[in-house]
Design a protein around this ligand. Structure first.
Ligand SMILES: [Fe+2]
Ligand SMILES: [Fe+2]
Length: 324
C-alpha cells in the first residue's frame, strides 16, 4: 500500500447530494492532483467506499437514503475501512451535529461554505495520518506472512496457527467477548508460535526426548515471538497473549510461571485451542487423535489445575455441540 501511495495519486471520495458542492470540492481537489471519486447519496457513498477503498472521505450529513452519520458509523465499524479518515461536512453553527459526528467516529469536520485553504490543509494532514496507518498495516502484514510461511515449510504444522486462531475466536465468542477483543485474540492465535522461527528445525521435529539445551530452545519461543512483535505498536495488546500462551493455570508453565487470572485471558484461551489442535493433528512421533478423545483427556486433566476450568468447560461444550 505504501509503494502504491508513492506512485499513485491519493484517492478522495466526496459524498454529497448537493451537486454544486460536489463539483466545487472536485475542482479544488483535482487541482491539487488528487484522484476524486463522487457519490450523490449515502448508499452510493458506502458502495464506492468498498469499490474504490479511498484514502479519505468527505461526507455530507443530510442526504437521502442513508445519512452521513449512518455512513460514517458503518465505515468505522468495518475492520477493512475503519482507518480511512472521514471528514464530515457541517454548517458553521451545528454544534450538535459535531457531537453526533464524533459519536459515530468522524475524524474531522469542515464547515460550509468552504474555505479553500482550510480544506486543503485538513485534507493534507488527514492523508498523512492515513499513510502512517498504511505503513503500519504493511509491517503487520509482513509479520503475519512470516508466521504463515514458517508453518508452510513443515507439513506437520501446516495450518496450525490458523486453526488455533479460529478455535480461540470461537471460544472468545462463546464467553461473550466483544468483536474487537475476538479480533485481537484471533491475531494472537495466528502469531502465537512465530518465535519458533528461532528454534532449530531438527529440534522442532525431534522424535525422542529433548535434552536440557534443546528443551530451553523450544521453550524460548513465546518470548522470542513477543520480541519479534515488540517494535509494532499496533500489536502491543496481543504481545502478552503470545508471550504467555504456555503458562499453566496452576503456575507451573513458562516463561514466567504466572498463575490463575494473572495469565492474560487471551493467553488462557489460546493455550486451550493450541493444545486441542496439537492433539488432533499428526506429529512426527504420533498420529492425530480423535477430537472426542482429545477432549476427554483435557477434561481428565482438570483436577491437576493446568487449565482455567470455566474456559475449558466452555470449549468442551462448543466442540461437543458442534459434533452433534
Ligand atoms: Fe507454542
Ligand atoms: Fe502452537
Amino acid at each position: 500500500m505504501t509503494t502504491e501511495a508513492l506512485t499513485e495519486k491519493q484517492r478522495i471520495l466526496v459524498v454529497d447530494d448537493n451537486i454544486a458542492n460536489v463539483e466545487l470540492l472536485e475542482a479544488y481537489l483535482s487541482a491539487a492532483q488528487y484522484d476524486v471519486v463522487k457519490a450523490f447519496d449515502g448508499q452510493e457513498g458506502l458502495d464506492k467506499v468498498h469499490e474504490t477503498m479511498p484514502d479519505l472521505i468527505l461526507l455530507d450529513i443530510m442526504m437521502p437514503k442513508l445519512d452521513g452519520y449512518e455512513v460514517c458509523k458503518q465505515i468505522k465499524e468495518d475492520e477493512r475501512t475503519r482507518f480511512i479518515p472521514v471528514v464530515m461536512i457541517t454548517a458553521l453553527t451545528e454544534l450538535e451535529a459535531k457531537i453526533k459526528g464524533l459519536d459515530v467516529g468522524a475524524d474531522d469536520f469542515l464547515s460550509k461554505p468552504f474555505n479553500r485553504l482550510e480544506l486543503m490543509a485538513r485534507v493534507r494532514s488527514l492523508l498523512r495520518i492515513k499513510s502512517l496507518h498504511d505503513d503500519l498495516d504493511s509491517s503487520e502484514d509482513i509479520i503475519f506472512t512470516l508466521a504463515l510461511a514458517l508453518e508452510a515449510k513443515d507439513t506437520y504444522t501446516a495450518g496450525h496457527s490458523e486453526r488455533v486462531a479460529g478455535l480461540a475466536r470461537e471460544l472468545a465468542e462463546e464467553i461473550g467477548l466483544s468483536e474487537e477483543i475476538r479480533g485481537r485474540i484471533h491475531k494472537a492465535g495466528i502469531l502465537h508460535d512465530i518465535g519458533k522461527i528461532g528454534v532449530r528445525e531438527a529440534i522442532l521435529n525431534k522424535e525422542g526426548r529433548l535434552d536440557e539445551e534443546e528443551y530451553n530452545e523450544v521453550t524460548s519461543h513465546p518470548s522470542v515471538g513477543a520480541n519479534i512483535c515488540e517494535p509494532l505498536k499496533s500489536l502491543s495488546d496481543i504481545i502478552p497473549m503470545i508471550k504467555h500462551h504456555h503458562e499453566r493455570y496452576d503456575g507451573t508453565g513458562h516463561p514466567d510461571g504466572l498463575a490463575g487470572e494473572d495469565i492474560p485471558l487471551g493467553a488462557r484461551i489460546i493455550s486451550i485451542a493450541d493444545t486441542f489442535d496439537a492433539m488432533t493433528s499428526a506429529r512426527p512421533y504420533r498420529a492425530a487423535m480423535d477430537a472426542d478423545v482429545a477432549l476427554k483427556i483435557m477434561e481428565s486433566e482438570l483436577p491437576e489445575g493446568q487449565w482455567d476450568e470455566k474456559l475449558l468447560k466452555s470449549f468442551i461444550s462448543i466442540k461437543r455441540n458442534n459434533a452433534t
